[in-house]
Structures are given as structure tokens and as C-alpha cells.
Design a protein around this ligand. Structure first.
Ligand code: IPM
Ligand code: MG
Length: 360
């Protein structure tokens, strides 16, 4: 019997609803594969602010460090949107990423045949799309200094953030990009804004240099504006994309939407060592929170990513992913992926049919 300690961070909005489904899934596959999951839960984001005044309590970070994997649902909500930045839910998430050194964020956007009609794009554009966005997660303009709002000599205020990348920061994410491409279609597209930004030219130069070590990977470069356009114009040209923190934030949402709903996409955030964080790409959806309308499948697929990337249980991950395909095949849909002739279900019911399929 393998033992794993899993930290659960349900967070805000729809977080607790989708986390409940994910935990049920882990329990079921745990029984089947003889894995013992010990769950420990901690507050992050808005619920943590309400309970402790801080979006990432020290105990939460410690608990995460002290586990084999961290499952995060989502953070944020209207209630906390106007607090000072250091007390915002987002600051807690960024603190978690920084605190665990999670520099590599893998966001797969793979179109499922069952959901082609849920996409806002034409079938021939999206069918067979299978993209992995490798987003740098602990650097760039999200973390660069100086940052803040400063008063200038004339007394006028000025908001400042700094986009900065050091050699080592670029190299380590580039390596994840190249290695990911090697395991996939062998194509890596690096996205930057080298026509305008020094930091991006530097990024491009480093990636080009490192490419010599990966002769089996076909490297290309795109400016971010063009990449955004190409993603909706002809997404099949992409295999693996590697990019900085801000560009990755934006492009991964766009890539997600190709697949029909951001409610389907999981992600893995990994560091050089220590536990990774596995979370859906979507947010806390406060508009539908508590109404049993959320799609739990991105959270469930995040469980699969945790099993694959952190717990080295690829067979269990396969089983969960197949289960998700099967419930879609059977026609079950939450509102975000609903299309004509399908069976509309809520979050809980989606969980139940999935458990049934997994129990077979
Ligand atoms: C994401 C989110 C976060 C980000 C926010 C909530 C801080 O949009 O994970 O993509 O910008 O990284
Ligand atoms: Mg985002």
C-alpha cells in the first residue's frame, strides 16, 4: 500500500463544490489501486482572509510543503476585490507559487472529440487540437522589482511593474519546454515580444542558444500578438508553447477556450523539487458559486495530472482521464459545455456519474 499525503486547498467560490468531487474520485481510485490518501485541508484566498486576515497563512504554506501533492481549486471573489493588494486572494496564490518554487506551469489544451461542438470555433479549426502551454510562473512582470505606486518629483503618482528574467530563470523553463516537446510532437514555439522588449530579446537569445542541446526539437519563435492570432486562426500548428508569466496567463486562457470550455482544463505547477500544485485553469466563478452548476471535470483532470506528475501513478491517471471521456460519451454535460441533445447535469450529479463509471 502506497501512502500519500495530499493537501487540499478548496479556496473560494465554486472551489469547495468541485474539490468534493475530486476527493471522491481519489478515494475510489485509491481503493482500486491500493493507494492510501491522507487528506489535510487548509484555507487560502478569500476564506483565509476571512479567517486569519491573510490570503496565505504560514500554516497553509507549511502544510503544503509537508505533503506529496497539493490540490488547489480556485481563489477570489467580489467580496475581496477591493482590499489592499497584500490582502487580496490572488496574492495568496502568487505567494504559494513563489513559496513552493513552482516555476513551471503546464497547461494542456486538448480538444476532446465529444466536445467539438461546444467550441465557439468551427469544427475543422479545432478538431485534433492538442497544445501544451508551458508558462513560466515565478518570474517576469508578476514578480519583477521595482513594483508599486510611487510619487514622482512633480508629485504625480506613477504605477510601476518590472518585466525581468535572469539567465537561470529562462534556462530552467526553456528546458522544461524542450523536454515537454520531446515527449510530445517534437515542436516548440517560444512566444515573446522581442520586437519591443529587451527582456524578450534576451529570452529569445537564451532559448535559441539552448536549442543546440535539443537538436531533435524543432524550435520556432512568435511575437505574442501574432501567437494570439495564430491560436484562433489555425491552432493545429502548435504542439508545445513556452512563454513567460504574463503572456502565458493570457495565451493559456485563449488556448483553453479552443476546447470549448475553460471548465475542462487542468494544470500542473512544478518546481525543481518538493510538491507540485495541481489546479484547474479556471477561476472561482463567484457568479455560480453554491448553485451546483460548476463543471468539476477540470478539477478531476487536475487530480489525474497530480497522479501522473507528482505521484508517479500514470495508470491511475489514465483511468481517471478515460472515465471523464466516458461520462462525456454518455452525454452528461454541465452548463458550460452543454449542447443540443445532451443531458444537462449539475456539479454533484456529474461527480456521481463519474464515480459510477470509475467503479465499473
Ligand atoms: C491563473 C490566474 C492567476 C494568474 C491569478 C488568479 C493570480 O489568472 O492562474 O492563470 O494570473 O496567474
Ligand atoms: Mg489566468
Amino acid at each position: 500500500m502506497m501512502n500519500y499525503r495530499i493537501t487540499l486547498l478548496p479556496g473560494d467560490g465554486i472551489g469547495p463544490e468541485i474539490m468534493a468531487v475530486a476527493v471522491d474520485v481519489l478515494k475510489v481510485v485509491g481503493n482500486q489501486f491500493n493507494l492510501n490518501f491522507e487528506f489535510q485541508e487548509a484555507p487560502i484566498g478569500g476564506v483565509a482572509i476571512d479567517a486569519t486576515g491573510k490570503p496565505l497563512p504560514t500554516e497553509t504554506l507549511e502544510m503544503c510543503r509537508n505533503s506529496n501533492g497539493v490540490l488547489l481549486a480556485a481563489i477570489g471573489g467580489y467580496k475581496w476585490d477591493n482590499l489592499p493588494r497584500h490582502q487580496r486572494p490572488e496574492t495568496g496564490l502568487l505567494g504559494l507559487r513563489a513559496g513552493l518554487g513552482l516555476f513551471a506551469n503546464l497547461r494542456p489544451a486538448k480538444i476532446l472529440p465529444q466536445l467539438i461542438d461546444a467550441s465557439t470555433l468551427k469544427r475543422e479549426i479545432v478538431e485534433e487540437v492538442d497544445i501544451m502551454v508551458v508558462r513560466e510562473l515565478t518570474g517576469g512582470v508578476y514578480f519583477g522589482r521595482p513594483k508599486g505606486v510611487f510619487e514622482t518629483e512633480t508629485g504625480e503618482k506613477r504605477g510601476v511593474n518590472t518585466m525581468a528574467y535572469s539567465e537561470s530563470e529562462i534556462d530552467r523553463i526553456a528546458r522544461v519546454g524542450f523536454e515537454t516537446a520531446q515527449k510530445r510532437g517534437g515542436k516548440l514555439c517560444s512566444v515573446d515580444k522581442a520586437n519591443v522588449l529587451e527582456v524578450s530579446q534576451f529570452w529569445r537569445d537564451r532559448i535559441t542558444l539552448l536549442a543546440q542541446e535539443y537538436p531533435d526539437v524543432e524550435l520556432s519563435h512568435l511575437y505574442v500578438d501574432n501567437a494570439a492570432m495564430q491560436l484562433v486562426r489555425w491552432p493545429k500548428q502548435f504542439d508545445t508553447i513556452v512563454t513567460g508569466n504574463l503572456f502565458g496567463d493570457i495565451l493559456s486562457d485563449a488556448a483553453a477556450m479552443l476546447t470549448g470550455s475553460i471548465g475542462m482544463l487542468p494544470s500542473a505547477s512544478l518546481g525543481a523539487s518538493g510538491p507540485g500544485v495541481f489546479e484547474p485553469v479556471h477561476g472561482s466563478a463567484p457568479d455560480i458559486a453554491g448553485q451546483d452548476k460548476a463543471n468539476p471535470l477540470a478539477q478531476v483532470l487536475s487530480v489525474a495530472m497530480m497522479l501522473r506528475y507528482a505521484l508517479e501513478q500514470p495508470l491511475v491517471a489514465d483511468k481517471i482521464e478515460k472515465g471523464v471521456l466516458e461520462v462525456l460519451e454518455q452525454g452528461y454535460r454541465t452548463g458550460d459545455i452543454m449542447s443540443e441533445g445532451m443531458k444537462l447535469v449539475g456539479c454533484q450529479k456529474m461527480g456521481e456519474v463519474l464515480l459510477e463509471v470509475l467503479s465499473l
